[in-house]
Design a protein around this ligand. Structure first.
Ligand code: ADP
Ligand code: MG
Length: 702
């Protein structure tokens, strides 16, 4: 992108080689403003797509106006008055044959006041908002017209509305866009979509699509343009999502150039482990394990995400996968986000793998220095076959003899950096990687955010589980609930009482949990009540959990540290205080601590008062569904992908035009097209990514 500024009319200069400064009217100042939006070349400009369209093609009836939907209206002024309220304003009533609207101006000149006098006719464009006097428009654009029926000067096409920055106006950018479209005609961009995809979009070319987007013709279907479902816009959305998918895959692919060791499954070992279990694998576990085993059997590093609802039995799948490494004299490591969870894995892996003669090393934040030294030595010498731990496993001083497989449990708690850190511990080769999550991410979202991961879903719970019965109860009925807990515990059941907080502060939550714990002890003195929160020492936490697991405690008061993975089959009642503070997917995970045994389980959502209507309908979702995927879809709809995945995972997935919900039907196709392109057409990949994500590399670096 160097050299002399080129006249845009010069033929055949690739659009990404024409600087915006070559356009008429772009001097140093505007150039700097455009640069703030990363608009450095004509290509950048052309891919700066309208955020939406304004419909100034027709005059709306005032009676059909809807709040926050911008529209053109036209009417006669029936009142014009200065009102001295909190702030002095000029209030103008405008009426047509169907109704009236209030215009409000806080700043106005004498000349304007004259123009806005009673009896004059006006055309306005603005966004109606609900106000004290019905729908109101604040400072709308307006012009005088001769009569109510005057249609002179209405636009004959939709007006693009662009994302702006300070110092840039819609008018300015649309003038630039017209010039950019001329450049587009003299040097049309290369068509990069495969022919069969292009056919799917009726062979709409990129040039045509960009013309349509920036300058929709008068006869284009307004509705489909507004909705983004117009074939040309869909073609652009496809290309944008494809470019995004390629960018994610490409960046992370470069991370594992080194081959992985092939780790064929050892059937004898596998059967030996399965024989020690009191149950059989579910169909879904078997299928997912098979997918993993196939990956592990090659030198291509596995990079697979296993999603499975809480209680679907991911741990066992992880252990059987680890066995592939161990059986081939390679080491495996599993890392969990909390000490409690890591401890549970330590017990499970210790039992299951220990019985087969393998040694499990334990590394958490709070092991003693000498224990830690020993574990480190064992991992480095190869005496330990398996490492189980928390973040401590990421540390530089953790060195493996020959790490073949890394397993990350509840991966949404970790950043991508941390995942990569573990992958580097494989020495000369790249270890396989298995990541597990109980946050069921809708498939299309997962395929976009985790484009570089293969996906497996354990979509079946072990047999004999009864669905959790969830109810919503007002907090002012707390004493009734305490009675219910007493009765259940008297009958031999165990229960959880979960305290939540708005902020993600474990220390504040700990205080809340302590208070509740004291209160419950006072109210139900006959119950043995334990308390766990993130401020306890890991030894203390473990001791309490062990007591609860062993049935020595009736009731466990806890913060959301029990959210993931903790497993006590005899607990069948859970109270969640202030559930309205958490996301649905998270609540579903917490709730998944019960319903693991064969007894019918109950979850009481003890909501704070008053609960908004929206808050109530959100919680209703949990009442009606026990299916994590359904709940996740709903969460996605209500709170967007960032909330569901954590921005740590995705960066900001802001698309210019694509919309994951609207365009979800394309995603499978995009994924497979991307795969093919990555293997066979590196130049196309580079050009596509450059076109759409030239500057925006942050999200892929994540
Ligand atoms: P999660 O997927 O939430 O991590 P876990 O791996 O903790 O679930 O498993 C939950 C419980 O189900 C554990 O007690 C585990 O031993 C048990 N379990 C796992 N697989 C099966 C199975 N196939 N049949 C019956 N119980 C199983
Ligand atoms: Mg788990």
């Amino acid at each position: 992108m160097s050299g002399e500024p080129t006249q845009p009319s010069a033929n055949n200069i690739a659009l990404h080689n024409i600087p915006v400064s070559a356009l008429k009217g772009v001097g140093a100042k505007l150039g700097a403003t455009l640069a703030k939006l990363h608009l450095n070349t004509v290509q950048d400009l052309l891919f700066h797509l309208p955020a939406r369209y304004a419909d100034r093609t027709r005059i709306a009836d005032m009676s059909e106006l809807q709040a926050l939907q911008p529209a053109v209206i036209q009417g006669a002024i029936t009142r014009s008055q200065i009102v001295l309220g909190k702030k002095r304003s000029l209030v103008v009533n405008l009426a047509d044959n169907t109704g009236q609207v209030v215009l409000r101006f806080y700043f106005f000149t004498a000349a304007q006041q004259k123009q806005l006098a009673v009896g004059n006719c006006l055309r306005c464009y603005g966004e109606p908002r609900p106000g004290a006097l019905g729908l109101e428009m604040y400072h709308p654009e307006y012009q005088s017209v001769t009569s109510l029926d005057d249609i002179h000067g209405l636009q004959d096409t939709l007006t693009p509305v662009y994302p702006l920055t300070e110092g840039l106006t819609q008018k300015r950018i649309s003038l630039l866009m017209h010039q950019a479209l001329n450049c587009l005609d003299s040097s049309p961009p290369t068509e990069l979509l495969p022919a069969e995809i292009s056919a799917h979009f009726n062979h709409c070319t990129l040039s045509q699509a960009l013309h349509l987007a920036h300058n929709p013709p008068a006869d284009a279907d307004i509705n489909s343009l507004m909705m983004g479902t117009h074939l040309c816009l869909q073609r652009l959305a496809f290309e944008e999502l494809l470019a995004h998918n390629l960018a994610v895959q490409q960046t992370r692919l470069t991370e594992h150039q080194d081959p992985a060791p092939a780790l064929p499954a050892d059937d004898t070992l596998k059967q030996a482990l399965l024989k020690t279990l009191p149950f059989k694998l579910t169909g879904a576990q078997t299928r997912v394990l098979h997918e993993i085993e196939q990956d592990l059997n090659t030198h291509v590093p596995m990079h697979r995400l296993v999603q499975g609802d809480v209680g679907s039995g991911k741990t066992l799948v992880a252990a059987l996968s680890a066995l592939c490494a161990l059986g081939n004299n390679y080491q495996a490591a599993i890392v969990a986000p909390t000490e409690i969870l890591a401890e549970q894995h330590r017990n499970n892996f210790g039992t299951w793998l220990g019985a087969l003669g393998f040694k499990v090393a334990w590394l958490a934040g709070k092991v003693t220095a000498s224990q830690k030294r020993k574990a480190l030595e064992q991992l480095q010498s190869g005496e330990a076959n398996m490492a189980v731990g928390t973040h401590a496993l990421f540390e530089d001083n953790v060195i493996f003899k020959n790490l073949g497989l890394v397993i990350i449990d509840e991966q949404h708690r970790f950043g991508v950096q941390q995942r990569l850190a573990l992958r580097k511990k494989g020495g000369a080769h790249c270890p396989h990687q298995l990541v597990m999550t109980a946050t069921p991410i809708p498939r299309t979202l997962a395929m976009t955010a985790y484009a570089d991961l293969e996906l497996s879903v354990i979509d079946e719970l072990p047999p004999g589980r009864t669905p959790i019965n969830t109810v919503m109860i007002n907090q002012n009925k707390r004493s009734q609930i305490i009675e219910r807990v007493r009765a259940a515990c008297a009958g031999g059941q165990q229960a959880y009482w979960v305290c939540t907080l708005v902020e993600d502060s474990e220390s504040l939550a700990a205080v809340a949990a302590e208070k509740t714990w004291e209160l419950l002890q006072a109210e139900a003195p006959e119950l043995k009540i334990g308390l766990v929160h993130g401020r306890l020492k890991s030894r203390e936490k473990e001791a309490v959990m062990q007591q609860f697991k062993a049935g020595d405690l009736h009731l466990l008061v806890a913060t959301t540290v029990i959210e993931v993975g903790v497993d006590v089959p005899n607990s069948s009642l859970m109270i969640i205080e202030n559930p309205e503070r958490l996301g649905l997917a998270q609540l579903h995970q917490i709730r998944g601590r019960v319903g693991r045994g064969s007894r019918a389980s109950h979850c009481v959502l003890l909501y704070g008062h008053p609960l908004s209507k929206q808050g109530r309908s959100r919680l209703e979702v949990l009442r009606h569904s026990n299916d994590g995927f359904v709940i996740a879809e709903k969460d996605l709809e209500l709170r967007g992908p960032g909330e569901l995945l954590g921005t740590q995972q995705t960066g900001d997935m802001h698309f210019r035009l694509a919309n994951l919900q609207r365009d979800s039907a394309m995603i499978e196709r995009i994924h497979s097209v991307a795969k093919t392109l990555l293997i066979s057409q590196p130049d196309v990949v580079k050009a596509l990514v450059g076109r759409w994500f030239n500057y925006q590399q942050e999200f892929v670096k994540a």
